[in-house]
Design a protein around this ligand. Sequence first.
Ligand code: NAP
Ligand code: F7E
Length: 327
Amino acid sequence: MKTAFITGITGQDGSYLADFLVEKGYRVGGLVRPSSSGSSQRIAHLFGRIELFSGDLTDLGGLIRILESLQPDEVYNLAAQSFVPLSWEQTLLSSQVTGLGVAAILEAMRLACPGARFYQASSSEMFGNAPESPQSERTPFTPRSPYAAAKLFGHWITVNYRENFGLFSVSGICFNHESPRRGLEFVSRKVTRAAARIQLGLEAKLPLGNLEARRDWGFAGDYVQAMWRMLQQPAPEDFVIATGVSHSVSDLVSIAFERAGLDWRKHVVIDPAFQRPAEVHHLVGDASKAREKLGWKPAMDFQQLIHGMVDHDLELAREELQGARKP
Ligand code: NAP
Ligand code: F7E
């Protein structure tokens, strides 16, 4: 039986990865923040089948103690302050967790379990307004937010630990991926939840920022499989993970509202508070290396993804109406 350790296990990707690894027969350990007692609902169905360790990605001593006791075969670093606008408000905290936190977990691994394999959750945000499209492993990085700059540090420190210490450490440069477990502040979930709540009369308007921004949106459940495949390779390498198809925020809104039986033009309002001065306008990935070397391709397309999210949010909104769920 293999053992995996997941930081960020209470997040969207961490919860899907834990599902996937438990299903594969792994012993799964996860890092949870002492303050996150209220945010474990994404992994509640796994209680009893995973082991949780209290700690913080920025606390080297705690990470060393956990890794010494667990002795994992694979470490997945998914913890981060992952919301781009918040990284402008909490710049140092975001840099510490999303950037320096990667150095902390790598250093802990080097000291406690140097033979383990390491996955770093790198991001397409590192490309910024890239000079070429689509973006691949060879595209230059031009980060455009503290989040993206911190991710770039995490990306390069992962490469450096590989080259200097011989660690099996790799980065997956993942483009946006969503699911019914997505945080409510990200645009996909904000839209699907609002469409559902407007349909059931729980809300009337949806304030949004830039409707022209384009992203390459995939399904989180598909992306965690790529993460695992990267750690099963004979040699450590970095991979872009993407669908290769981009859509605008207005495409997203139109598909979601249509699924909910609504005309989005009657409900969406533009609110400058949600516009980003340093916007990343268009990201779309070229995942041909992952297709060739990992045998990975996404199973779910954009419309299926958004339909599934709307259907899930309609169910939650119905429960809320019946008084079985808090808003
Ligand atoms: P998410 O839902 O925001 O989850 C972030 C996780 O990090 C949560 O479990 C959170 O714990 C944890 N965390 C935050 N600060 C921490 C700290 N100081 N110490 C320990 N844990 C901490 O993010 P996600 O969408 O699953 O993404 C997973 C990773 O992939 C992130 O690193 C993200 O930046 C990266 N990424 C995501 C995407 C995407 O489209 N989803 C694309 C590319 C890269 P709490 O529950 O306690 O808050
Ligand atoms: O924004 C536009 C916004 O916040 C997507 C994170 O997982 O993926 C995610 O980062 C786009 C942007 O995701 C609203 O301006 C318009 O152009 O859903 P988002 P993100 O910033 O792309 C990357 C790959 C990560 O690594 C990150 O961790 O949508 N947009 N109106 C809006 N966005 C939000 N949130 N809210 C709006 O009202």
